[in-house]
Design a protein around this ligand. Structure first.
Ligand code: HPA
Ligand code: ZN
Length: 321
C-alpha cells in the first residue's frame, strides 16, 4: 500500500451517525432521529451552508474529554486502514467553546488520542486549530489564546467554515502571530469561492497550503503562481461532489490540476458526511479517471511532501515508493 499523508480532515467531520446516537444517549441529549439510517437520510446538501448547519448541529453530542478521544481514535483507525501514515487534523475549537464545552476538555481529549497514534495505529499526527471565518476575528483570537493556555501542542492554524462573504484580511494579524509562534498556516479557499478567494488568503494570510483550491483552475495566472511556488492544494473529491463544488466527479478538475503541475493531494475533509475516508476518495478518482500507477504515486508523494513533517521523515516515507 502506498503511504499517504492526510492533510485536510476535520475531526468533527468524522463523527459517524452511529457515534452521534451513542454519544447522544450517553450524554442524555435528545435528537429528532429514529436511528442511524434516519440521521443518514439527511446527508444530502444543496450547498456548503446546508452541510455546515448539520455538521454544527451533530457536534452538540460531543461533551467530554473521552468523547473527543474516542472520535479521534476511531478516525485514526480508519485512516490507517487506508494507508495513512501521517494525519494533520483540524479541530474547530470555537464550535465547542461556543456551546459551553471548555477548550481544555476538547483539546486534551484529542491530544490524548493523538499522543498514541504512532504506537496504536502507525500514524504520526499533528493538530491544526481551524478558525471559523463566519465569526469575528476577535473570537478566533480568543480561541487561539484558550488553545495556547491548555499547553496542548499545535502544529498549525487554519481557516474554514463559510467562505463567500467572509474575507481573510481580518484574520491577518492572528495568522502573523501564529507564524511568529512557530506554527504552520493553512486556509480553506476556492471551494465555494472563486480564484479571488485563493488570492485573498495568499495575500493576507500568507498560508503555506490551500485547502480545496479547485476553483483556482479558473485563473491561469493563479495556477502558474501556485505551480511555480509549489504551494500545495489539499483536494477532497467526494466532498466537492457532495457540496456541488463540481457538477459531478467526471467534471472534477483533478486531472487538469495534475496536468498543470500543481502539488495536489487527495483528502477526505468530512468523511462521515461525504461518503468515505481516504480509501473511498482514492477509489472514486481512480475509477472515474483511470489514474495509472505513476499518477497514484504522484498523489502519494505530493501528500508526503506537502505535509509539515521534518525533512528527514519525508525522505524516509518517500523512499518507500
Ligand atoms: N469547507 C469549509 N468549512 C468546513 C468544511 C468545508 O468543506 N468542512 C468542515 N468545515
Ligand atoms: Zn474542509
Amino acid at each position: 500500500m502506498l503511504p499517504f499523508a492526510e492533510l485536510h480532515l476535520h475531526l468533527e467531520g468524522t463523527l459517524e451517525p452511529e457515534l452521534v446516537l451513542t454519544l447522544a444517549e450517553r450524554n442524555r441529549i435528545a435528537l429528532p432521529y429514529r436511528d442511524a439510517d434516519d440521521l443518514r437520510s439527511h446527508y444530502t446538501y444543496g450547498c456548503l451552508q446546508d452541510f455546515l448547519d448539520l455538521y454544527y448541529a451533530n457536534m452538540q453530542v460531543l461533551r467530554t474529554e473521552s468523547d473527543f478521544a474516542e472520535l479521534t481514535d476511531a478516525y485514526l483507525a480508519r485512516a490507517a486502514a487506508a494507508g495513512v501514515v501521517r494525519a494533520e487534523v483540524f479541530c474547530d475549537l470555537q464550535a465547542h467553546t461556543a456551546r459551553g464545552v471548555p477548550a481544555p476538555v476538547v483539546l486534551a481529549g484529542i491530544a490524548d488520542a493523538l499522543a498514541t497514534s504512532g504506537v496504536d495505529h502507525g500514524v504520526s499526527s499533528g493538530l491544526i486549530l481551524t478558525f471559523l471565518r463566519h465569526l469575528p476575528a476577535a473570537d478566533a483570537e480568543l480561541a487561539y489564546d484558550q488553545a495556547l493556555a491548555t499547553g496542548v501542542e499545535l502544529l498549525g492554524v487554519g481557516l474554514c467554515s463559510s467562505e463567500v462573504g467572509f474575507p481573510a484580511a481580518p484574520f491577518a494579524d492572528l495568522f502573523a502571530r501564529a507564524r511568529a509562534d512557530g506554527l504552520h498556516t493553512v486556509a480553506h479557499a476556492g471551494e465555494e469561492g472563486g480564484p479571488d478567494s485563493v488570492w485573498d488568503v495568499l495575500e493576507h494570510l500568507a498560508v503555506e497550503r490551500i485547502d480545496h483550491g479547485i476553483n483556482a483552475m479558473d485563473d491561469p495566472d493563479l495556477v502558474r503562481h501556485l505551480a511555480e511556488r509549489g504551494i500545495p492544494l489539499t483536494v477532497c473529491p467526494l466532498s466537492n461532489v457532495s457540496l456541488h463544488a463540481v457538477a459531478s466527479l467526471a467534471d472534477h478538475p483533478l486531472p487538469a490540476m495534475l496536468e498543470a503541475g500543481l502539488k495536489v493531494s487527495i483528502n477526505s475533509d468530512d468523511p462521515a458526511y461525504f461518503g468515505g475516508y481516504l480509501g473511498e476518495n482514492l477509489a472514486a478518482v481512480q475509477a472515474e479517471f483511470g489514474l495509472d500507477a505513476a499518477q497514484l504515486a504522484t498523489l502519494s508523494a505530493n501528500s508526503i511532501e506537502a505535509s509539515f513533517l521534518p525533512q528527514a521523515d519525508k525522505l524516509r516515507l518517500l523512499s518507500l515508493h
